[in-house]
Design a protein around this ligand. Structure first.
Ligand SMILES: Nc1ncnc2c1ncn2[C@@H]1O[C@H](COP(=O)(O)OP(=O)(O)OP(=O)(O)O)[C@@H](O)[C@H]1O
Ligand SMILES: [Mg+2]
Length: 395
């Protein structure tokens, strides 16, 4: 069918034509916001999940709701290559500028001055405080220590928000990219604002091992956030995703076609989007049939092998590939393998393998679900790696 009208949106963080599922997570975020607006206590949320399960899309929905409620927010994508402090300043800048258009200047003036001090201490050239034309406050949020300055910034923004019956939210994706110090500073600052009863919170997302990184950093993280694993869609929600996308183009599916795509995608939103897109390209008319679905799934699988799994594989060295191959073969039903069994199978000691493991962790190709185990961050990667091994060994 017409590629111009293709309603599927495969790709990290791509907003879907129709957002489905995640009802309880979105409702919980709404409750948190409403409670904070009415000066009650509430916990933020951290969404954990493997790649492609829909964390960014969920966070974007939370952000949309916070924006609609007039909250002061900083949307931040954590990255090991960019200072977290600068990313926070950049995130608040846009939100504060838009707030100046909605509120009396006097209400915001102190917050703006403290924000300016915070951002100048991150970037003295003023590039992170563009359009904030106030004098920076002195002696507050400008020490250069992230925990102290963030506590003071969030405290000030929180007081302003409380007086306006709104709230302040940090919305941070890719939290696993932060260093332990940054996570600890973030938790410390949020703990402080919570203790002062201020309407300040965080909604975050990251790979599954983030839960232990959070509680290692600050033992009270679990009291600050509802730490929630985002699961793949049930069959019912997955079917709804396919039909909701194509309904916008007045196109339906046969039951057979839906089943074929559901079996291939196993509930992962990214895979549903990839297969959906390819099936659409094969289909000639509505409803989409079983044979359209079979052809589209085959094309989608080839695309995933080439672009999604293949690009991850190609970013690895031969030693890392060897490690991944053993992991793929030893993986248990819970999709993980013990690091000592991996070492044993490679005839190596745990110590000599730890640098390979750390490199793979840093590349986010694997994560550590528990002490002494590792797992793939990408669903389906182990099948890909095993298939690759067969082609190499000529089986
Ligand atoms: N609730 C949803 N409804 C419809 N489509 C969705 C939903 N959630 C995610 N998707 C689609 O799935 C794909 C992956 O989503 P997203 O980027 O949010 O995953 P992620 O968990 O952040 O992945 P990564 O760990 O790789 O960053 C995107 O193409 C997105 O459009
Ligand atoms: Mg993401």
């Amino acid at each position: 069918m017409d590629p111009v009208r293709n309603p599927f949106t495969p790709g990290a963080g791509q907003p879907p034509t129709a957002l489905v599922g995640r009802v309880s997570e979105v409702a919980a975020a709404r409750t948190t916001m409403a409670r904070l607006e009415s000066h009650r206590q509430a916990r933020g949320a951290v969404f954990l999940g493997v790649q492609g399960v829909g964390k960014a899309v969920l966070l974007n929905e939370v952000r949309r709701q916070a924006t609609t409620r007039g909250w002061i927010i900083a949307k931040v994508e954590a990255s090991s290559g960019y200072p977290f402090r600068s990313a926070i300043a950049q995130g608040f800048n846009a939100s504060l500028r838009s707030a100046t258009g909605r509120h009396q200047p006097a209400t915001l003036s102190r917050s703006l001055a403290v924000f300016k001090a915070f951002s100048l201490a991150s970037s003295p050239d003023g590039s992170l405080a563009l359009g904030i034309d106030v004098e920076a406050s002195r002696g507050i949020a400008d020490t250069g220590n992230l925990e102290i300055d963030l506590t003071e910034l969030l405290g000030e923004l929180g007081s302003t928000a409380a007086s306006l019956n709104i709230g302040v939210a940090l919305i941070v994706d890719e939290l696993h990219a932060l260093g332990d110090n940054e996570i600890a500073s973030l938790c410390g600052a949020l703990h402080d604002t919570a203790q002062h009863g201020l309407p300040v919170t965080m909604f975050g997302a990251g790979l599954p091992n983030l839960g232990s990184a959070l509680s290692n950093a600050k033992s009270y993280a679990e009291h600050l956030f509802d730490i929630k694993t985002i699961e793949p869609f049930t069959d019912e929600v997955a079917a709804e995703m396919l039909t909701a996308a194509t309904t916008t183009e007045r196109v339906g599916w046969t039951g057979d076609a839906i089943r074929i795509v559901l079996n291939a995608a196993r509930g992962y939103p990214y895979f549903l989007q990839v297969y959906g897109k390819h099936v659409w390209d094969f289909a000639l008319a509505s409803p989409i049939t079983g044979s359209d679905a079979r052809a589209g799934v085959a094309a989608g699988e080839a695309y995933l092998a080439r672009s999604f799994f293949g690009s991850r594989w190609n970013r690895t060295t031969p030693a890392q590939q060897q490690y991944l191959t053993v992991l793929a073969n030893l993986e248990t039903n819970e999709n993980r393998a013990s690091t000592s069994l991996i070492a044993e199978s490679l005839n190596r000691s745990l110590g000599t393998l730890s640098s390979t493991r750390d490199q793979l962790l840093r590349k986010s190709l694997i994560y550590a679900p528990d002490r002494g185990t590792v797992a793939f961050t990408t669903p389906g990667m182990s099948t890909f790696v095993r298939a690759k091994q067969k082609t190499v060994t000529g089986e």
